[in-house]
Design a protein around this ligand. Structure first.
Ligand code: PLP
Length: 470
């Protein structure tokens, strides 16, 4: 046996053997997955015992560890890549994005500075500019890949504060004559509260503007909130329009928000974390009409673009603000090129090559491939909506994106109970959401392998579970 310090960095023949073994093991797992339950086994006692046995006092063979890990994942998680996962926006990952992770892991490039990984930074820039153009941002748009939508939204707030007051970077909130505030709808993604906390302006600075009864931000309420804040000495810095709310996929009036932002000279951020993928489809993108007026946009690659987890995008028509917000001079860094080194234009420092996931997926499928991907999801949900309507259910949202909200008929179990029964069956994963104050059953499709037969099976399961007496 070779010495254990070198077990972490084995010679080529052993490395090859490990790679091949893992590839075969994963392939077998993926092929079997659709026939196993979507939900994890609930009794984790065997797993916990096995986990405790790893006390790190003695080395364990890598093949054995990999086998154990894949086996645990087979039964121990909600399966995102199961065609009956109708859950949150967690996709079955595209094969090109899986390949990207494999390549990135092998080279482990450092994207903090352009000069360390010029090819990687240029690939990212190329795909970001294509996405920004497709979204309708004109001129010299910029941006970067992020860990996800929350980091991209955080970036928007830091940019908005920096643009509103040049002294924010040095003095923080004390730079402002009054409390800096920003506006997002009551149906917006509540990471905004954490973001306000992190940025130091405090959670009370998030103005949750009421919606219009259908889950969209009310422009009238937005204008009133801004007037009230101005009258009391607060300093509005940003309007957030959500394009695709988490609960119901509603899209705020983007053009109305743009008019208000222009009137008050505010940063307009469009949070299109998942529904932004509809830019791929000529049929669906009209729902996003006006998104190109944004000062910045969040679109996640790891949601409806279906890359592996941990990849968002921050896109902006004001790339000049990024170095103002994130610049720093570090003498040990190989360069400090004010606009091209990602570490001086974004929140992260060391940076993984995330953009390769979307580059390979988009280059492989083309916009047309992604158009078909998002259209298929919407069509499948329409099919489900029609099937449930025929059973006396009500479609509760104006579903133009990949989420369907359903209300069961009178006399059926309440939504939470139906969802609990469906999830316990292991046959499908759905969730409960609140829409305009009431509970609804939420069904979402981001999985590119979900087919009509999966949706029809869910319709049958829902109808049966709604009145089931056991
Ligand atoms: C998912 C989501 C977020 C948060 O993004 P993460 O990628 O989970 O960090 C923010 N806004 C919206 C509208 C989302 O759907």
């Amino acid at each position: 046996m070779h010495d254990m310090a070198n077990a972490m960095f084995p010679p080529p023949d052993i490395r090859r053997q490990i790679h091949d073994g893992l590839a075969a093991r994963l392939e077998a797992s993926e092929t079997r997955r659709a026939s196993l339950p979507v939900t994890p086994v609930e009794d984790l006692s065997d797993f916990s015992k096995a986990l405790k046995a790893y006390d790190f006092d003695r080395p364990v063979d890598l093949s054995q560890l990999l086998d154990w890990t894949v086996g645990a994942m087979d039964t121990g998680i909600v399966q995102m890549s199961h065609p009956a996962y109708f859950g949150l926006f967690n996709p079955a990952p595209t094969l090109p994005s899986e390949c990207a992770d494999r390549i990135t892991a092998s080279f482990n490039p450092q994207l903090a500075v352009w000069s360390h990984a010029p090819v990687c930074v240029e690939i990212e820039r190329h795909v970001l500019q294509a996405v920004a153009r497709r979204a309708g941002l004109t001129g010299d748009a910029g941006g970067h890949f992020t860990s996800g939508g929350a980091e991209a939204n955080y970036t928007a707030l830091v940019c908005a504060l920096t643009r509103a007051n040049g002294m924010y970077g040095a003095k923080g909130v004390f730079a402002f004559a009054g409390r800096p505030v920003f506006y997002a709808s009551a149906e917006s993604h509540l990471a905004w509260l954490k973001i306000a906390h992190q940025a130091g302006i405090g959670r009370d600075s998030v103005r949750l503007v009421s919606t219009d009864g259908s889950g969209r931000m009310s422009i009238e309420a937005l204008m009133k909130a801004i007037e009230t804040d101005l009258a009391s000495g607060c300093v509005p810095v940003m309007i957030v329009a959500t394009a695709g709310t988490t609960n119901a996929g509603m899209i705020d009036p983007l053009e109305g928000c743009a008019r208000v932002a222009e009137k008050h000279d505010l940063w307009l951020h469009v949070d299109a974390a998942w529904a932004g993928a509809m830019i791929a489809s000529k049929r669906l993108s009209p729902a996003l009409q006006g998104i190109g007026n944004a000062t910045s946009i969040t679109i996640d690659a790891h949601k409806w673009f279906a890359t592996t987890m941990g990849a968002g995008m921050f896109l902006t028509a004001r790339p000049d603000v990024l170095p103002q917000a994130f610049q720093v001079a570090a003498s040990y860094m190989p360069s400090n090129l004010q606009t091209v080194d990602p570490y001086v234009t974004s929140a992260q420092w060391s940076r993984r090559f995330l953009g390769l996931r979307l580059f390979l997926s988009l280059a492989n499928a083309g916009w047309q491939g992604y158009a078909e991907h998002v259209e298929r999801a919407v069509d499948l949900l329409r099919r489900l909506g029609a099937a449930m309507s025929a059973e006396g259910w009500q479609v509760a949202n104006d579903c133009r994106a990949g989420v369907l909200c359903l209300k069961p008929p009178v006399g059926a179990h309440p939504p939470a109970e139906i969802v609990q029964r469906v999830v316990a069956s292991g046959e499908a994963w759905i969730s409960v959401a609140k829409l305009e104050g009431g509970d609804v059953i939420r069904v979402c499709i981001t999985n590119g392998t979900t087919r009509e037969s999966d949706v029809d099976a869910l319709a049958t399961l829902l109808a049966r579970t709604a009145t089931d007496r056991k």
